[in-house]
Design a protein around this ligand. Structure first.
Ligand code: SF4
Length: 332
């Protein structure tokens, strides 16, 4: 594991060193933790309150603008052409239909609209030009615009920046050590290179990972250290829980323990104080209480709607009810 290159631990030395040691020395989720959860969450809450309104959650909406048929073999993904999951390849959506979704998302309270295309990489030409126009029109709605399109070159990143893109999503997914167990069609370095291209164009980086794929606690903390070591660290950090989908190689993975999610969110918050930490996929398998703990630990964004790409999501009504119950509010 690469140690943080700058003084990440200075403000919270004991908690994180214990936490890192805990992850390094115990590989099982049911091993006794070195850092009591209340201690860890308390530290995360302190950091959270220094940089954010702890009662406010940003709502984002993610649209699957080009579904299925992806040549990559990400073992968690039902959209990979390598697996038989029932997801049919579809062409890029039209600008009009995407804009209808974006307007509906804005009217329902989302301030960020994310567009995902199941591509290995961006190819110059008609489809990319269409995506650029989608970005322009989402920005005209007054929303933040984020896209996830696979690998991109510096030139393509510059064109996205010109179109007004707020943020580009490209997840590291897991630790460098565990990565080859999950994806074989591109390398960790490929991921880092696209992230550097995004940064080079002046676009914000959205980058996180997925927990519950069979990785150890050491892998989880290594992922968080990799993210925190990006210079600067991502403005947006999605923390996903694996949703095991039938037909994928990870279909039999047990759903990750909620307390492990809370721990990961807390460490992400402590390591990346100003980032927006997004509690992303897998919320349908989490209780309201687990989600509430994640918000206490520093998560300050969720994705709304009934679906997240191809997997289920709690739905706007449930989220509104939960936030009301917690006395929290949507970011305006
Ligand atoms: S690159 Fe994206 S769409 Fe393609 S298989 Fe991986 S996660 Fe799925």
């Amino acid at each position: 594991m690469r140690a943080p290159s700058h003084c990440l631990f200075s403000s919270v030395p004991c908690t994180l060193i214990f936490y890192r040691n805990e992850f390094s020395s115990h590989d099982h989720d049911n091993s006794p933790p070195h850092t009591p959860l209340p201690t860890l969450v308390f530290r995360a809450m302190e950091v959270h309150r220094q940089h954010h309104d702890p009662l406010t959650i940003q709502h984002c909406t993610l649209s699957n603008i080009k579904s299925g048929g992806c040549p990559e073999d990400c073992h968690y993904c039902p959209q990979s052409a390598h697996f038989h999951t029932g997801v049919q390849p579809e062409p890029l959506m039209t600008i009009d239909s995407v804009m209808q979704q974006a307007a509906a998302a804005r009217d329902a309270g989302s301030t960020r609209f994310c567009m995902g295309a199941a591509w290995r990489e961006v190819r110059d030409g008609g489809d990319f030009n269409t995506v650029l126009e989608m970005v322009r029109q989402v920005r005209e709605l007054g929303m933040e615009a984020c896209v996830t399109l696979g690998m991109i070159t510096p030139e393509q990143a510059a064109r996205l920046a010109e179109a007004g893109l707020t943020s580009y999503n490209h997840n590291l997914d897991t630790s460098p050590e565990f990565y080859e167990e999950i994806i074989t069609t591109r390398t960790y370095e490929d991921r880092l290179s696209t992230i550097a291209n995004v940064r080079g164009a002046g676009i914000e980086v959205c980058c996180g990972g997925i927990l519950g794929m069979g990785e150890s606690r050491a892998d989880r903390v290594a992922l968080l250290c990799e993210l925190a070591n990006l210079n600067p660290y991502p403005e947006s950090v999605p923390i996903n829980a694996l949703v095991p989908v039938e037909g994928t190689p990870l279909e039999d993975r047990p759903v990750i323990d909620g307390i492990e999610m809370v721990r990961a969110v807390a460490v992400a918050r402590i390591l990346m104080p100003t980032a927006r930490v997004r509690l992303s996929a897998g919320r349908t398998d989490m209780s309201d209480e687990t989600q509430a703990l994640c918000f206490l630990a520093g998560a300050n964004s969720i994705f709304t709607g009934d679906k997240l790409l191809t997997t289920p999501n709690p739905g706007t009504n449930h989220d509104e009810t939960l936030l009301t119950k917690l006395g929290m509010k949507r970011m305006q």
